[in-house]
Design a protein around this ligand. Structure first.
Ligand code: CP
Length: 310
């Protein structure tokens, strides 16, 4: 199996074999992520971390991954501390960090930001979330979580719940799930349903999916329940957020006695009560850990490819 991508911008750039390559490599790297093995593969290498939007898991797991591989990181976690405050544009900042580092991870509020800089710098670029666009490393860790938990990615019924309009995790995930034999159920208030362009793409890909608006009466036969937060920060009108917030909340009794694998990219707001954490179904903290081996596999693969040249 080979992997030729030099940048990780959208899951739509991946073939099924690319996805499987990263998942297999991540599994091999898990002992390093768990600190059971020491790795020096990235000795002397630096990862540039440009976070224009807040993050806990993505930034810290990329940083953990690079350090566990023996490398180090430079960068920023809030634009207020950089020369962006003096008017520096993304293009210039990216040019500078590309000269200080061997790869760049970027999160930005503008859809297309990662693609924009990947076309203009000489080091690999990894999209850590661009507005309501894509979040491909999250998707790979989501798939890894499903595979590590259930042993396979085929013949599954997966419900995606919450903010399907603005949620970039689900916008990425559906294209990856479309590579496998899965049935998807999109559960959202009408105004936050999956964008029509994505629905049209899924139809062209001949995916099996249904649209629903209620949660608890649509859990039958579900193998994986993927909850998401309503993305308050992306609503143009705060009043619209007030209308839809808190519509879907799970508590322990809703899942107790079922085999449903409960996932969430996190952060959670009010979608999953804390009592759910006691259930074996609750996979979201393990899912966040799996971000480390998966991001190690991503970093190792793109940095290796960048050293091969054209
Ligand atoms: N899942 C995710 O992207 O989390 P952060 O926003 O904390 O990085």
């Amino acid at each position: 199996m080979s992997f030729n991508l030099k940048n990780i911008i959208s899951i739509r750039d991946f073939t099924k074999s690319d996805v499987e390559y990263i998942l297999d490599k991540a599994e091999k790297m898990e002992p390093i992520a768990r600190s059971e093995k020491v790795c020096h593969k990235m000795d002397g290498k630096l990862l540039g971390v440009l976070f224009y939007e807040p993050s806990t898991r993505t930034r810290l797991s990329f940083e953990t991954s690079m350090k566990r591989l023996g490398g180090d990181v430079v960068g920023f976690s809030e634009k207020q501390s950089t020369s962006v405050q003096k008017g520096e544009v993304l293009y210039d900042t990216a040019q500078i960090i590309s000269q200080y580092s061997d790869a760049i991870v970027i999160r930005h509020d503008m859809e297309g930001a990662a693609r924009f800089i990947s076309d203009r710098v000489d080091v690999p670029v990894i999209n850590a979330g661009d507005g309501a666009g894509q979040h491909p490393s999250q998707t790979l860790l989501d798939l890894y979580t499903i595979k590590r938990t259930l042993g396979h990615l085929d013949n599954l019924k997966i419900a995606l719940v919450g903010d399907l309009k603005y949620g970039r995790t689900v916008h990425s995930l559906v294209y990856a799930l479309a590579m496998f034999n899965v049935e998807m159920v999109f559960i959202a208030p009408e105004e936050l349903q999956m964008p029509v362009e994505i629905i049209d793409d899924l139809k062209k890909l001949e995916c099996k999916f249904t649209l629903k608006s209620t949660l608890l009466d649509n859990l039958e036969d579900i193998d994986v329940l993927y909850m998401t937060r309503i993305q308050k920060e992306r609503f143009p009108d705060p009043k619209e957020y007030q209308k839809v917030k808190g519509q879907y909340t799970l508590n322990k009794s809703n899942l107790e006695g079922t085999d449903i694998v409960l996932m969430h990219p996190l952060p959670r707001v009010d979608e999953i009560n804390f009592d759910v954490d006691e259930l074996d179904n609750a996979m979201y903290f393990k899912q966040a850990f799996y971000g480390v081996p998966v991001r190690m596999a991503i970093l190792d693969s793109v940095i290796e490819n960048s050293e091969k040249g054209d």
